[in-house]
Design a protein around this ligand. Sequence first.
Ligand code: ZN
Length: 437
Amino acid sequence: MSIKKKIGSDIATILDIPTGWKVSHKHAKITVTNTLLRAREFFKTKTEDQILWVGPVQGGRHLDLVKESAKAIGKMPFQIHALGSPTEVMENYRFDVLTDMILTAKQNLPTNRPLHLFGAGHPFMFSLAVALGCDLFDSAAYALYARQNRYMTENGTWQLTKLDFFPCSCPKCVNKTPKEVLNKSAKDREIFLAEHNLFVCIAELRRIKQAIREGRLWELVEMRTHAHPALFSAFKKIKKQSELIEKLSPTIKKRGLFFFSSAGLARPEIVHYRNKILKNYQPPNYSKILLLLPQTRKKPYHKAHIFKKIKKIIKNISEKNRDTIHICFYAAPFGIIPIELDEIYPLSQNEITFPLDYETKEYVTIQISEYIKHFHYKTVILLNDPVHWDSKVTKTCKKICKIKKLKFEELSTKTEINKDILACLENILKKHLSDKY
Ligand SMILES: [Zn+2]
């Protein structure tokens, strides 16, 4: 403590005991207990200063201990917290374990305090760590890598000897070739690589900050984690804690979202919609007939050409009961979108990849089923889109309608919704409008 004060530290960590990677639960417990003991001692002797003191969380890969450690240290008046022991986890490419460790710590620490990740120095994992809730990093990796001729990029590491071209235009690389750098003296080469490595780290941090401002951090993480299967395994683990991440994420962002695959189903906007639609939404009072239409390329869906035609049909049929028809769209990745909501962020503000993967279709059909189960319609009329959904939506609707004893009608198109289909739809609507409920 006194040394850190003397050298004028702005941010300082108490003298903790790092847990390490392959250690037993028993040993890990000792490191947690002793770090907490030292933290308590620290506050007994602490005097007034301008330093931001860091309360470290230990426990390593033993998540029960990380939880215990985070809970206890979070109760002490530290300004910053830090997660210990990730360096070896990262060196072993166990980013999935690291994800668990960060999320466990984050879940049990006060959310208003910054979280520091010790020893995180590779730009290819910064965005993942930030998305998981880390705010600060420190590492000597840029220099250590340079000593071993290792050239960092935001997508991984290269051996200088294996590079023909520099994939970078930082001030160091812009006018040099790998061959020229290899011909430098060992010391000059090390300085060159260390400086380039730092430039890459800084550029990636700036990219992350810009992505946060634009609400596009998820997209950046998704892109970066495709750099290595181990990183993508970690990204997939987010699913387990998607509710926690949703709780701590803003609901409105500056830009729409890109949905690439089922890995994106864990993103906070999708979890948020799933949680709110059944809890906070109520279909219009007189709705008896649920008319389910497929999503269109045009958004909001109600502005699509085909919708305008359907609206016209509804307008033409008996005025008396037409309010009983409630139009909803079934759309990946959200599920059912009632027409009144289709302009609300991000239901229209998204771009998705077709064809949809199996898990995404599975997810959407579950949402459709839940929606029909939850609300009180009497009839479900489905306009199926077999090009994108095969018979998945039909099967789901049929099944839930049978369970709920609802009437079910389906209209299927092979290519596009044509005149015949629309005429058919008109007849079906007329038939059901005369039903007595
Ligand atoms: Zn460079």
